[in-house]
Write a protein that binds this ligand. Structure first.
Ligand SMILES: *Cc1c(COP(=O)(O)O)cnc(C)c1O
Length: 361
């Protein structure tokens, strides 16, 4: 069997939820499990996080999968509906909505509703992605409050720069949101993982952790261990070839890496067809037998190659870790010009999944 697989450690997931509770005591936790639970499996993550107060997803389809799997907890559609034909299903499955645009609000207000439908008003406090303007927040909030079939839960915003501590834009956004919502009543929700860990004044009533639940630091150049988070995903494979190359031999597509001396080179059964980033540069760390070796040459679809000079005894079948416990996905992401979020979401369906509850540190 091809040795390529991911392990998903459900105890680590639960530990990380406890870290959210520790960082934001007294807050309700809406766990972000969109994009297949950040690549960890939507349903499995929802079951493991049954201690959260609800879930946030990106679309109706994700919410319906959860309901079909028997998840009865509150589920919020973080971008609301995309199309009014979704509204009957949203009502039937008691999904909560984030309303972010005047047109979307107008559409909802024109739709016959059974109710009660729980809605959040999203305000653009400065990220300039989704949300109504702070100036119009009171107007829309009153419209939602006045509608007999709607239960206006509160106001929400999202921070653009919370992953950098003490960033002036975040202070400005918090200020703008406070000004726009101060008189409105209802609950407030601002904080993603970075804000939960780095911006305590943003916690309000409901926090929305995503990446920290999966054991990845939300901070630029951050590491999960610094936040007492445990990585949930391990990306494993093995050496399927070990060869002795001569000085001057080029390795892989494009001849981008040339052996500087006679040396052993290992071939690992994992490539971009599995979700390992093709842009990972030569030198990106890979663990062979638990020890670091550098990636060399281009990543191909099904394989990648490593420099085994530090492990001359390595053999076919030896275990390889591409990221996980002992090799932070944050570090691999930095070597590939991306962020851990993208790598976790990118593992492809052909990679076998092994669910564990092993770590008990
Ligand atoms: C995905 C998402 C989150 C979680 O963000 P992380 O950075 O992963 O913690 C929070 N809020 C909204 C609106 C989201 O879409």
């Amino acid at each position: 069997m091809r040795p390529t697989r991911v392990s998903i450690d459900l105890n680590a997931l639960r530990h990380n939820l406890q870290q959210v509770r520790r960082a934001a005591p007294g807050c309700r936790v809406m766990a972000a499990i969109k994009a297949n639970g950040y690549g960890h499996g939507l349903i499995r993550v929802a079951h493991a996080l049954d201690d959260s107060d609800g879930f946030g997803v990106a679309c109706l389809d994700e919410a319906l999968q959860l309901r079909e799997a028997g998840i009865t907890a509150p589920i919020t559609l973080l971008e609301g509906f995309f199309d009014p034909t979704e509204i009957p299903l949203i009502e039937r499955h008691r999904l909560e909505l984030v309303l972010h645009h005047p047109e979307q609000i107008a559409t909802l207000l024109q739709t016959p509703l059974g109710g009660p439908l729980r809605v959040w008003l999203k305000i653009d406090s400065g990220m300039h992605r989704l949300g109504v303007s702070p100036e119009q927040a009171a107007l829309y909030w009153q419209q939602l409050k006045a509608h007999p079939a709607l239960e206006a839960v509160g106001q929400m915003t999202h921070l653009a720069c919370a992953d950098e501590r003490d960033h002036p834009s975040t202070w400005r956004q918090l200020e703008r949101f406070a000004q726009a919502t101060g008189d409105l009543g209802g609950e407030k929700s601002i904080a993603n993982s970075a804000a939960i860990l780095g911006w305590p004044t943003s916690h309000a009533e409901v926090v929305r952790p995503g990446i920290m639940l999966y054991g990845v630091s939300p901070f630029v150049h951050g590491r999960a261990a610094d936040e007492q988070l445990r990585p949930v995903m391990g990306f494993h494979s093995a050496l399927i070839a070990v060869k002795r190359m001569q000085k001057g031999d080029a390795i892989g597509y494009g001849d981008t890496w040339v052996c500087p001396e006679e040396m052993p080179v290992g071939v690992v059964a994992a490539g971009y067809g599995d979700g390992y980033p093709r842009h990972a540069v030569s030198g990106t760390p890979v663990l062979v037998n638990g020890k670091r070796v550098p990636l060399i040459g281009r990543v191909s679809m099904d394989m990648l190659t490593v420099d085994l000079r530090s492990q001359p005894d390595a053999r076919i079948g030896d275990p390889v870790l591409l990221w996980g416990s002992g090799l932070p996905v944050e570090e691999v992401a930095e070597s590939a010009g991306t962020i851990g979020y993208e790598l976790l979401c990118s593992v492809t369906p052909r990679v076998r999944v092994e669910v564990t509850t092993k770590t008990t540190i």
